[in-house]
Design a protein around this ligand. Structure first.
Ligand SMILES: [Zn+2]
Length: 146
């Protein structure tokens, strides 16, 4: 389970990415519009006086394309960031879960081994060795079976 802290951290990262993509999109739209706007209206000059001749559709289409590109950058950039952050969060979480699954049995095994009382020799106190062949405990110091 993803903690609220991690979820909020991911949300803040997403917000930062969305702002960055918004700025990039706004710059594209702004520069494109300001560059193309003056040529949107075609002028004719009569004795040095500019007279509007008509709309320059090429420039209008250009502005529209710039706006579409800018909006796509903001939209796709934000969604791409969302999927990227979400995937990283899921991968992190899955890794954490698989780590707990792997480490848990190892930990219980270790505690079982250490908690099992080791039989010692009643004469000298040396830890005894279990001999599978005779199914008895052997003391290597006294060299006899207990
Ligand atoms: Zn012994």
């Amino acid at each position: 389970m993803v903690s609220w802290g991690r979820a909020f951290k991911a949300a803040f990262v997403l917000l930062a990415f969305t702002i960055v993509w918004g700025i990039i999109g706004a710059i594209i739209i702004g520069i494109g519009t300001f560059a193309l706007a003056p040529s949107a209206i075609a002028y004719e000059y009569y004795y040095g006086v500019p007279v509007p001749r008509g709309i320059n559709w090429g420039a209008i289409v250009g502005i529209a394309i710039v706006w579409i590109i800018g909006i796509l950058v903001i939209y796709l950039g934000s969604y791409a960031s969302y999927f990227k952050i979400l995937t990283e969060l899921i991968v992190d979480e899955t890794r954490k879960i698989s780590q707990t699954i792997v480490t848990q049995p190892v930990a219980t095994q270790a505690t079982q081994v250490s908690s099992t009382p080791m039989p010692v020799c009643p004469k000298c106190g040396t830890p005894l060795t279990y001999v599978q062949q005779y199914q008895r405990w052997y003391c290597p110091t006294c060299r006899e079976y207990q």
